[in-house]
Design a binder for this molecule. Structure first.
Ligand code: PLP
Length: 363
């Protein structure tokens, strides 16, 4: 076999273990007692309307999906006030990140990202031999001026996760407007807004206004995995100029978004009460941890997302100790943050279990 070296040298993304496997390894028989707050999922579950729509869709599963996601595109376009031609769906927003790297990166080119930003950008760039340039993040926040300054003639993409995963930090609207004004034409800026729907209103960016005004080299990514509670369906979307969307569409496989995902997402868009309830759960949970953790001497990083980065000292050890107490979080050493863990905001009772376990571990 003679694989491309840059593929055989790749380090594979390590997802968390299935909850059943953790339970088996630790000898727990009651899976329901495990609190898994490791993947920034919605602990309220999927929208009830989405569940109903998916159940109704089952008898049609012998059919291929609508490859153009016609109805979903039309519905979403109306909801966010863009044209259907400005939208593209992916198998999760992860697939759209891969499309962007596929279209824009190759040997001798680079992608600029935050040093503590979502690892998939780095991995997807490597798939296409692109170099990922990681720009330091003072106070864990993307430094947009430094990212602009890092741009070279070889730069093709700049990725800004807002809020960022795993830090939860948000960049200001003013910083974004200044950045977009100064962005060179040869670079596409990706604004990854995976957590947009759970952000406090005053923090929400307005990148769409630039896209509606016809800006060609910026793109927004969003997902149904987080606030909508549909991570298992794998569906996300890109919003951009029709020419940029048309380019990305060239590398898309015809049936990349399955029919169940389209049915669930369509219904979830209508479920406003589910989003409202989710937002309330997240705001209340963030407040809880921001109030309680400092009492244990644990620092928290201000978050605009459905998770919080907390400084426990030796994140890996704390993760292991918490796991023994049936609580699963994410240690942050892979992100160069060995003293931190990331906790997804859960229901009030999950949050309390989490806090009690942490008290024991840290005590
Ligand atoms: C910043 C960010 N972008 C993109 C994703 C990918 O989401 P999905 O592929 O589930 O849409 C995530 C998921 O954790 C994320 O945190």
């Amino acid at each position: 076999m003679k694989a491309k070296e840059w593929i055989s040298d790749l380090r594979v993304y390590e997802p968390g273990k299935p909850i059943e496997e953790v339970a088996r390894e630790l000898g727990f028989d009651d899976i329901a007692a495990i609190v898994k707050v490791a993947s920034n999922e919605n602990e309220l579950g999927p929208s009830p309307l989405a569940i109903e729509a998916m159940q109704e869709a089952i008898p049609e599963m012998h059919r291929y999906p609508d490859g153009g996601a016609f109805y979903l595109k039309r519905k979403l376009a109306e909801k966010i006030d863009v044209d259907p031609g400005q939208l593209l769906f992916g198998c999760g927003s992860n697939e759209l990140i891969v499309f962007l790297c596929h279209v824009f990166l190759g040997q001798g080119t680079n992608l600029i990202m935050g040093a503590e930003a979502f690892a998939v950008y780095f991995l997807a760039a490597a798939l296409y031999e692109g170099e990922a340039i990681r720009v330091p993040m003072p106070e864990h926040v993307h430094d947009l001026d430094a990212m602009l300054a890092a741009i070279t003639p070889e730069t093709r993409l700049v990725a800004i996760c807002n809020p960022n995963n795993p830090t939860g930090t948000v960049v200001s609207k003013e910083a974004i407007d200044r950045f977009i004004e100064r962005l060179p034409d040869h670079v596409v800026a990706i604004f990854d807004e995976a957590y947009f729907e759970v952000m406090p209103e005053e923090m929400k960016p307005n990148v769409l206004k630039h896209i509606r005004a016809g800006k060609e080299n910026i793109i927004v990514l969003r997902t149904f995995s987080k606030a909508y509670g549909l991570a298992g369906l794998r569906i996300g979307y890109a919003i951009g100029h029709p020419d940029l969307i048309a380019l990305l569409n060239k590398v898309r496989q015809p049936f990349n978004v399955n029919a169940m995902a389209q049915a669930g997402a369509m219904a979830a868009l209508d479920d406003v009460p589910h989003i409202v309830e989710t937002r309330e759960m997240v705001f209340q949970g963030l407040e809880f941890f921001e109030r309680e953790l400092p009492k244990l001497g644990i620092e928290t990083v201000p978050s605009g997302a459905n998770f919080i980065l907390v400084k426990t000292g030796s994140g890996r050890e704390v993760f292991q100790e918490l796991q023994k107490r049936k609580v699963i979080v994410r240690p942050m050493d892979p992100y160069g943050l060995p003293d931190y863990i990331r906790i997804t905001i859960g229901t009030p009772s999950q949050n309390q279990t989490m806090l009690d376990a942490l008290k024991e571990v840290m005590g």
